[in-house]
Ligand binder design. Structure first.
Ligand SMILES: [Zn+2]
Length: 575
């Protein structure tokens, strides 16, 4: 029985409890030479199925070294290749030697020219189902694993960071071995590491930022408020369970705003706006330490349990630090993104439910802002219906009851009914969970400030307000010129503002807008910016879109590349 539609893991077979990893990074051939040891929760035998993608399996052996028979199935387009091992009765684990492919979907190997410095860089992005291209494992969040030991052999001039506890570094000639351990059990999609020329700037006794030397100072300035965020989050959600909280500023190709890898958030360099206006991304990734990493969705079908809760938690942190008006402004920007996404899925309304059925659908293709922002609106509705005190009590109980577990939406609903009987019914929760689109009862952001901006009664006082203003208007070329002169929009370091402005310029047919778009598309690989820019370019100048993609694609992560290719082909969302 396979409970996760995106994994070959079989509930009747042994479950992995912990792994050991031994990886050697070959930057020349862009492959990892690997050995993984899987240890089981309890002994078992018979067929044992693992997920793999593009792996070359060299040998499979028992824990005492006896070779074991195995078969590697032909690849299935979404799932990859099932590796079936024949386990003798009473097996406690197994050991596999393998090699990754240069096309491994979890990995990006960057040349020095694609970094902020003069050294190569390697990083992993395992969510949602790419860990299987790094190592053969049961790649489902239902099966959490600890990491007994991880060894990375890398060129001595580079350093490995893993989303785990560091356990030292051993010299090995021209190479070095970086050692780690991860005692807290994690879903495999949180396995993460990066190798590069990286330096550390401390932020507080339990927090630091890592970055390439050229951006370290800017990163430390931008993230100075991390400890205050941690304290605010702990007051709301309970103690931080992961010991340290470090942030790694990634090279510009990183496809997401951030990735909540435990102990070590990976974050796009595009948040380094210089004015701390985009640190809500950090609030989001930090919040995942509770919502997502501690209480985890059991599969991509329940992704909103990770992201809806985390957007809600992010805005509660912002409210605690900056006040209600600021949180409402972010909620307004989020609502704008949700409406754009709902338009994109107009032909596939079933994709806009919170509880999904993604059998046969690639979770990367189903990815959208819907589980984030619609999930947020549901939780806000529940809060407003229950009252904040009752709701906050429930949230803390929910996080404590399911800590270090992976759950489905029904478990959340059952627990909610048990603790706050009738609340889900009064709030119309199932309309959000199993119904398409935005329920008419959805609580929309309310803010006097927002009204003043929209009606022109007030001028934007900070970058978030400026963004919300830009999102809510459709100005012509002359007005855009005037706004640019007033707020310097085309020279802002904040890509959040700049990409929004360039999309408006493209829409208004402003001269030079295509070149401005090109500059942005070469400067970032963050999908949040690629999607609207390419979409708008395709509307106004398809040839330019294709030309720019040909120039920029080498700098994009393969997840982002696939998204842009889909846009260029005019693919509707599949399903
Ligand atoms: Zn998130």
């Amino acid at each position: 029985m396979r409970p996760d539609p995106h994994s070959y893991a079989d509930a009747a077979q042994p479950q992995t409890q912990s792994i050991d990893l031994d990886l050697r990074a070959d930057f020349q051939d862009q492959v990892l030479h690997g050995e993984i040891t899987l240890r089981f929760r309890s002994p078992g035998g018979g067929p044992f199925d693992l997920d793999t993608r593009d792996l070359q399996i060299q040998s499979v052996a028992s824990l005492d070294g006896a070779p074991l028979p195995f078969t590697l199935a032909a690849p299935e387009p979404i799932l990859g290749s099932r590796l079936r091992v024949d386990l003798p009765h009473g097996s406690r684990g197994l050991r596999i030697r393998y090699r990754t492919s240069p096309q491994a979907t979890a990995l990006q190997w960057l040349a020095p020219s694609q970094t902020a410095g003069d050294q190569p860089f390697l990083y992993s992005q395992s969510q949602p189902i790419h860990a299987r291209s790094l190592a053969p494992l049961q790649d489902t969040p239902r099966i959490r694993v600890s990491v007994g030991s991880a060894r990375f052999t890398v060129p001595a001039r580079l350093r490995t960071l893993m989303a785990a506890a560091p356990r030292g570094r051993e010299p090995a000639g021209a190479e070095a071995v970086d050692l780690f351990e991860m005692p807290q059990p994690i879903p495999p999609y949180l396995l993460a590491f990066a190798v590069g020329d990286l330096v550390q700037r401390p932020l507080s006794p339990r927090s630091a930022v890592w970055a390439e030397p050229a951006v370290a100072a800017a990163a430390a300035h931008e993230l100075a408020g991390v400890e205050a965020m941690m304290l605010a989050a702990e007051r709301l959600f309970g103690p931080y369970e992961w010991d340290r909280y470090d942030v790694l500023v990634m090279p510009r190709s990183f496809p997401y705003g951030g990735m909540e890898n435990p102990r070590l958030t990976f974050v796009t360099p595009s948040i380094l706006a210089g004015d701390r206006s985009l640190v809500n991304v950090i609030a989001h990734e930090l919040a995942h330490a509770w919502t997502g990493n501690l209480v985890t969705n059991a599969s991509a079908d329940d992704f909103w349990l990770n992201e809806g809760f985390t957007v809600y938690a992010e805005r509660r942190i912002l409210e605690a630090l900056e006040g209600r008006e600021s949180a409402e402004m972010h909620a307004a920007a989020g609502l704008h993104e949700l409406r754009t996404a709902l338009d994109r899925f107009a032909a596939h309304p079933e994709r806009t439910r919170l509880r999904n059925d993604l059998r046969g659908v690639d979770p990367d293709e189903a990815y959208s802002t819907v589980p984030y922002e619609k999930g947020y609106l549901l939780l806000r509705k529940l809060e407003e219906t229950a009252g904040r005190a009752a709701w906050d009590g429930f949230l803390r109980e929910y996080l404590a009851a399911f800590r270090f577990q992976s759950i489905v939406t029904q478990q959340f609903l059952d627990f909610l009914e048990q603790r706050l009987p009738g609340l889900a019914g009064r709030a119309g929760a199932l309309e959000y969970i199993d119904g398409p689109g935005l329920p008419p009862s959805a609580p929309l952001p309310r803010s006097r400030r927002l009204e003043q901006l929209r009606t022109g009664a007030a001028e934007p006082a900070n970058p978030t307000e400026l963004l919300v203003l830009l999102q809510s208007i459709a100005p012509g070329a002359a007005r855009l010129r005037e706004m640019d002169a007033r707020w310097g929009l085309s020279s802002r370091r904040s890509l959040e503002l700049r990409h929004t402005f360039v999309v408006l310029q493209l829409r208004a047919g402003v001269e030079g807008a295509v070149e401005a778009a090109r500059q942005l598309l070469l400067a970032t690989g963050r999908m949040k910016y690629l999607r609207p820019l390419y979409t708008e370019l395709l509307r106004c100048d398809r040839a330019a879109a294709e030309r720019i993609f040909a120039e920029a694609r080498g700098g994009y992560h393969n997840i982002a590349r696939a998204v842009v290719e889909g846009l260029l082909k005019g693919d509707p969302p599949k399903g």
